[in-house]
Design a binder for this molecule. Structure first.
Ligand SMILES: Cc1cc2nc3c(=O)[nH]c(=O)nc-3n(C[C@H](O)[C@H](O)[C@H](O)COP(=O)(O)OP(=O)(O)OC[C@H]3O[C@@H](n4cnc5c(N)ncnc54)[C@H](O)[C@@H]3O)c2cc1C
Length: 396
């Protein structure tokens, strides 16, 4: 187990804009009902991103009198859930074409539908107002005419497939936006991910779940019908405890605990501008098969992220940090395609995604069925995580 890589503590300057908006500071891990770990539990969930929160929340619904702990190595959690771009999306037509080279088309559409279901579940649990959900719609943007025509050829089949699954029309239609060819996605929305995360954690606390921040799982061993866990807390040292069942929702960091879990890390960079007068891009925007994305934050700011495809091997890492080459690419893109002066960038941060070879998450129980992995959410986990967490809880 290469757990030394898990003990990273970001400086406040590395927090995401979303996390800063919560108004926390870095000195405390006592927010949100923190409790010290006890010695025995019925269920322990390791990793408190959206998937872990959903798993713990649904476990508490299914087993209201069970003793449940949810732990994370840091507060705010240190992966993707509070460091992403906040797109409430199910996938573009361009991404559909790229993914249908990896697996059957029907399966790709099923996954888009699962994202739609996951988003509906997340919104129904948390409420649109508190997560600042805005149904502003989205666009897939094209700078090349022939690429626009190639992708547009799949519009009808995508609309028909999604109508068959959801009963809803009008998923994708061709349009123009700020002079560019685009495919409009009127059903796409956006949210404030850290506020969604904090509300979810608060609900878990209200349901009596033990939330333990600053606890890093460093060892997990099965002994007969019990599982022994060891969690480290830097200064205070290791704490050993037991649980009848465990759900692991450690996403990109899973292979550090068990190298049989085939999830590889993928770092993503996000830049956010200061307020700009008459910021012309409202809604969410995807380009280059989803590798580049941008959106408004409030009416005045612009968030731009992605471009991992500029240095895939450099970004295959569990370490947070800013890739200079990718940042330079994004700044050029901001100037040349988006038409905004890159000098107005105010914040930058990174987050780590967990990718599987076919982009389908891993949901797997061990043979005795008391340990479940629910990991590998890839690039659209805001949408899928709530559903995956519920699936994990339903194993028990
Ligand atoms: C830059 C970026 C932009 C993105 N944009 C979007 C978007 O716009 N829309 C969208 O739908 N998705 C987006 N995603 C993807 C989405 O954020 C993720 O798929 C989703 O948040 C995954 O949730 P999770 O709970 O599975 O994992 P995570 O949020 O990564 O949670 C895993 C948690 O496990 C904890 N952990 C790991 N190992 C241990 C251990 N040993 N002990 C204790 N704790 C541990 C970590 O600290 C972490 O908090 C983006 C991701 C990134 C990085």
């Amino acid at each position: 187990m290469s757990v030394d890589k898990l003990f990273y503590r970001p400086k406040y300057a590395q927090w995401s804009y979303w996390e800063r908006e919560l108004g926390w500071d870095q000195r405390t891990t006592s927010y949100l009902g923190y409790k010290p770990l006890e010695n025995t539990y019925d269920f322990v969930v390791v990793g408190a991103g959206f998937t872990g929160l959903s798993a713990a929340y649904h476990l508490a619904k299914i087993h209201p009198s069970a003793k449940i702990a949810l732990l994370d190595r840091y507060l705010p959690p240190l992966g993707a859930s509070t460091r992403n771009a906040g797109f409430a999306c199910i996938g573009t037509v361009g991404e559909f074409i790229a993914d249908s080279h990896l697996e059957q088309r029907e399966r790709v559409w099923d996954r888009m539908y699962e994202r739609w279901q996951g988003l509906s579940l997340l919104r129904s649990i948390l409420g649109d107002q508190v997560i600042e959900y805005e149904p502003l719609g989205g666009h897939e943007l094209f700078t090349e005419q022939d690429e626009f025509e190639r992708v547009s050829a799949y519009l009808d089949s995508c609309n028909t497939a999604l109508k068959k699954r959801t009963g809803l029309d009008h998923w994708y239609k061709p349009t123009k936006v700020n002079g560019y060819n685009a495919i409009q996605m009127p059903r796409e929305g956006q949210l404030q991910p850290a506020k969604a995360w904090a509300r979810f954690a608060q609900l878990c606390e209200q349901m009596g779940i033990h939330l333990a921040w600053g606890r890093c799982l460093v060892d997990i061993t099965k002994k007969m019908d019990r599982i022994k866990l060891t969690a480290e807390n830097g200064r205070k040292g290791a704490h050993q405890f037991h649980s009848s069942s465990v759900i692991l929702t450690t996403n990109a960091f899973s292979a550090l605990l068990d190298d049989d879990v085939s999830v590889s890390p993928g770092r993503g960079l996000v830049l956010l501008t200061k307020a700009i007068d008459s910021q012309p891009w409202q809604g969410t925007f995807h380009a280059d098969h989803g590798y580049i994305y941008f959106r408004n934050v409030g009416p005045d700011r612009l968030l731009l992220g992605g471009a991992r495809h500029m240095d895939i091997s450099g970004e295959t890492t569990t370490q947070f940090g800013i890739n200079k080459e990718i940042k330079a690419f994004l700044l050029r893109y901001m100037k040349e395609v988006i038409g905004i002066d890159p000098g107005v960038v105010e914040y930058e941060w990174s987050g780590i995604m967990g990718f599987t070879p076919d982009k389908n998450p891993v949901i797997r129980a061990d043979t005795s069925r008391n340990m479940v992995w629910a990991v590998g959410l890839s690039g659209m986990g805001v949408a899928l995580s709530t559903k995956l967490g519920r699936q994990a809880a339903e194993f028990f």
